[in-house]
Write a protein that binds this ligand. Structure first.
Ligand SMILES: NC(=O)CCC(=O)C(=O)O
Length: 260
C-alpha cells in the first residue's frame, strides 16, 4: 500500500471553533489536491483554551465528526482528523478522530498521557481507548503529542502489526529538539513510518514549533516543515516496512521476558 500523506501545519484560533472549522475547510481542500491521507494537528478546533473548555468543547465530538465526514467524502481523502476537545458524559477528553474517504468514523482515540506543563490534568480526563486501527486494510495507530514520550505505549500497536504511526500535536517551540529526536527514535525503534503533524503559531502561553515530519522506517526524514504555516507532504510505501524488518530483524530478536 502506498499513500500520499499531508500534514496540515496550520495556525489555530484560540478558543474559536467556528473560525477554525472555516480555516480547516480551506486547508483540507488545498491538501486534497496533493495527497490522499490528510493529518490535522492536536486540539485544532479550540487550541489550548482550557479555562473555557467546558463551554467550547464539542459535545460527543458531534460537530467535528460531521465536519470531517463531509470533507472526507467531498475530497475523497482519509482524514487523521487531529484531536478535538470532546465533551463526554464524565468530562472532556482530547480525542483524535479518524474518518475514511467514505465518511465512516473508523476510530476514536483519546489522549492517554495528560501533559501537566500545559494544565491538561486540571481540565481533561485521560482516555481509555486503544491507539490502533485499520486504514485501507493496513494496521496503523494514532497518538497525541505528549504520548510521544512513552515508547512502551507507542510500540504496543507495532507489536500487534502496525506499520505506520500518526502523531498529532501542539508541541511548543522551546522543545523542538525533543520533538524531532523522539519522532526519529520512534520510527527507528519500531521500524515503521511516523507521520507527525504539529501546529504553528502561538497562544497566550506558548509559541508552537511546526516542524511536522514524515519519517521512513529507517529513520530518514522524508519531509519536514519549517516555522511557517504549510502543507508537508510525502509518500508512505508500507512495503518498505517489511524490507527494513528483514534487514535488521529486531522483532524476532526481542527478549521480552528479560525486560521486567
Ligand atoms: N500538547 C502536548 O502534549 C505537548 C507535549 C510537550 O510539549 C512535551 O514536551 O512533551
Amino acid at each position: 500500500m502506498k499513500w500520499k500523506v499531508a500534514c496540515l501545519q496550520m495556525d489555530i484560533a484560540y478558543g474559536d471553533p467556528e473560525k477554525n472549522y472555516k480555516e480547516a475547510e480551506k486547508w483540507i481542500a488545498n491538501a486534497a489536491s496533493e495527497a490522499n491521507v490528510l493529518v490535522l494537528p492536536e486540539m485544532w478546533t479550540t487550541g489550548y483554551d482550557l479555562t473555557r473548555v467546558d463551554e467550547i468543547a464539542d459535545k460527543e465530538a458531534r460537530q467535528s465528526i460531521e465536519f470531517l465526514q463531509k470533507q472526507a467524502v467531498k475530497h475523497q481523502v482519509h482524514l487523521i482528523g487531529g484531536s478535538v476537545a470532546n465533551e463526554e458524559g464524565d468530562g472532556v477528553r482530547n480525542t483524535l478522530l479518524i474518518v475514511d474517504r467514505n465518511g465512516q468514523l473508523i476510530h476514536q482515540y483519546s489522549k492517554l498521557h495528560l501533559f501537566q506543563l500545559m494544565d491538561e490534568h486540571l481540565y481533561l480526563e485521560a482516555g481509555k481507548d486503544e491507539s490502533s486501527f485499520e486504514l485501507d486494510g493496513e494496521s496503523v495507530a494514532g497518538f497525541i503529542c505528549y504520548d510521544l514520550r512513552f515508547p512502551e505505549w507507542m510500540s504496543k500497536p507495532v507489536q500487534q502489526g502496525a506499520k505506520a504511526l500518526f502523531v498529532v500535536a501542539e508541541w511548543p517551540a522551546p522543545r523542538v529538539n525533543h520533538w524531532r529526536v523522539l519522532l526519529q527514535a520512534r520510527a527507528i525503534e519500531n521500524q515503521c513510518y511516523v507521520v507527525a503533524c504539529n501546529r504553528i503559531g502561538a497562544d497566550p502561553k506558548n509559541k508552537f514549533a511546526g516542524h511536522s515530519m514524515i519519517i521512513d522506517p529507517w529513520g530518514e526524514i522524508i519531509a519536514e516543515g519549517g516555522d511557517e504555516e504549510e502543507i508537508v507532504t510525502g509518500e508512505v510505501d508500507l512495503s518498505e516496512v517489511e524490507e527494513i524488518r528483514k534487514r535488521i530483524p529486531i522483532f524476532d530478536d526481542r527478549r521480552p521476558n528479560r525486560y521486567r
